[in-house]
Design a protein around this ligand. Sequence first.
Ligand code: G6P
Length: 622
Amino acid sequence: MCGIVGYTGPSQAAPILLEGLAKLEYRGYDSAGLAVRDGSALAEVVKATGKLAHLADKTDQGRALPGTCGIGHTRWATHGDPSMVNAHPHVSGNCSGSGSGTVESDVVGVHNGIIENFAELKDKLLRHGYQFYSDTDTEVVVKLVDYYYNKYRIGPVDAINRMMVRVRGSYALALMFKDYPGEIYAARKDSPLIIGVADDAAYLASDVPAILKHTRSVYYIGNQQAARVCPGQVTFYDLNGDEIQLPQTEITWDAEAAEKGGYEHFMLKEIHEQPAAVRDTLKSLLKDGALSLADTGLTDETLQGLGQIEIVACGSAWHVGMAAQYVIEDLAGVPVRVELASEYRYRNAPVPKNTLMVVISQSGETADSLAALRVARERGLETLAVVNVIGSTIAREADHVLYTVAGPEIAVATTKAYSAQLIALDALAVRLAAVRGAISEEEVQRLTDELAAIPDKISRILEDKDRIQWFSSKIANAHDIFFIGRGLDYAISLEGSLKMKEISYIHSEAYAAGELKHGTISLIENNTLVVGVLTQPKLFEKTVSNMAECKARGAYLMGLTTHGNYAVEDSVDFTVYVPKTDEHFVPSLAVIPLQLLGYYTSVNRGLDVDKPRNLAKSVTVE
Ligand code: G6P
C-alpha cells in the first residue's frame, strides 16, 4: 500500500523517480505524485489521479521537471478520496488548490501509513494558524514537522524527532526542507522504507525492486529512526538525535527476478516459478538430507515441550495456516489454532503455557500480522515468523525466523509465496512429528521424500495448463462460483475461491462441504458453477454426495482430484487431476489448477491481472 521513492544525486531526478514508482505499482494505488527541486528554494509538485502513466504523460516521462533531488509517491487512499488534492506530495505552506505547481514551502513530504491521532493534531495546528487543503493525515504530519521546525528553530532531524514523539500510528516518510537543497530526510515506524547509496547518488524506496537497478546494498531504517540522505551519503539518527550506525544488507536476488521475463503477466510468471520456490524453500530446511529447523533457532526441547501452536496471518497466508493445522495435528498431535491477525489482536484469548505463535507473512509488513506478533510477545509467547522478505519488520521482531525462498513476488494475488509457505509449514509439521516421536523414522524419511518430489509434480501440472485455459473461457461469464471441500480440501477451497474473486471480480465463496445444507445450497441455481475439491481419500465420497446434491439443483460441476480417482467423472461435468502424493501434501498440487483458473478467467475478462482494483500487495494499514 502506497509506494515511496526518493532520489538525490547528479542526474535528473524525475525520470528516476517515475521508474522507481513503476516498480512499486504492484503495491496498489489510485493516484501518484512527484516533488522535485533544482537547488533553489522552490519545489515543483505534480500530481495525477489514476494510473502512473497519467503522471508520466503530464511530465513528459519526467523530462519536463528539472532538478536533481526529489520524492515520489503512489497513494492508496485511506483518509480522503482518491483525488488530485489528496494525492501526495503534501506541502507545509498555506496554499490554495491541490498543493501542486511551483511551491515555496518549508517542508514537502510523502507518507505511507496511518496517523491515528491526526484529527487531534490537525485541531492543534489549526489553532496555530495552519490551513489545510486536503483531507489527508499526511498533510497534518508534514505541517506538524513544519510547526516544530519553525517554532523551535531546530534542524530537520530534531523537528522530525519531535513529530515522532507526538504522532501515533505508522509511517514511512520522505521529506524535503526548503533550506536544505539536495537533501532528503526520512523517518519510519512500522511501514517499510529502505535506503541505498551508490557512488555519488542515494535512493529511498518502500521496497527493493524500486532501487535494485542502481544498488544492491541497502539499509533498513529501524522504528522511530530518522535519516539524512545526501548524494552518495546517508546518516542515521535515533530518537534523541544522536547519530547511529546501521548495517548494510546485500540483496542477493537479481533485477530480472522482479521483471516479467517474457510472460504476459507477473502472476503467470510467478505461477511458473513455483517449482523453484518450493524446491529452494525445502532445500533451505534440509541438512544432510534430513529436515532441520536449526537455522530458525527453535530447539528440539522447545518443539518437544509445545502444548499448542497458534498460527496467525492474513489473506492467503491465513489459508496456509488453515491447511497446516490439519497436517500438524494429524502428524505431530499438537493442537493448532488458526487466527485471523485482525481478529487476534483485539481478542483477549487465554493462551496456555508452552504455546508457540507462528506468524505467516510474505511481506513481513502486514499491519495486522505485525500487531498480532507484538501482542503475542507481550503475552510472553515464543514466536516464529515464516516470512519471505529478508529484513522485514516481522522477521526482525519475532524470536525465530523461517525464511521462505520464493524471491520477489510482484503480482498482488500471491502464488509462489503461498506455495513456499505451504511447504515450509509441511516441513515444520514433519520435523515436529519426528522430534516428538509421533511418527517412526521410516515415516519421516518417506514424508521427506514425498516433499522433495513436490516441485517436479507441480511442473507436470503446469505442462497441462491448456485444459484449464479452455475451461476458464467457458466459465468467464459466471456470476457466482462455489468452492467446496472437507478437511484439507476445505483449506484448498479457501485459496481457490480467493484467487478467483480477487482477480476476476466474480463472486465466489468457499464452503466446508458439510455446511452447504445449512444455507448456501439455497443459492444454487441452474448452471451455478460448483468446484469440488476431492483429494482426501477418507472424505472423497462425502464431498461427492454434496456435489450430487448441488447437481440435483442445477449446478454445473468441476471436480479436482488426484490421478486414479477416475470414477469421479461419472458425477461431475469437468475433471482436473493432479499427481498423487501423500494426502497431507496434496494442497501444494491441488492449488495450482485453481491459481490457473483464477488467472485465465481474469485474462478472459480482460482485467488487470497483476493489479486488481482496490487491492494492495502489502497491507500496511489496519
Ligand atoms: C494481501 C495480499 C495477499 C496476502 C495478504 C497477506 O491481501 O494481496 O496475497 O496473502 O495481503 O500478506 P502477507 O504479506 O502478510 O503474506
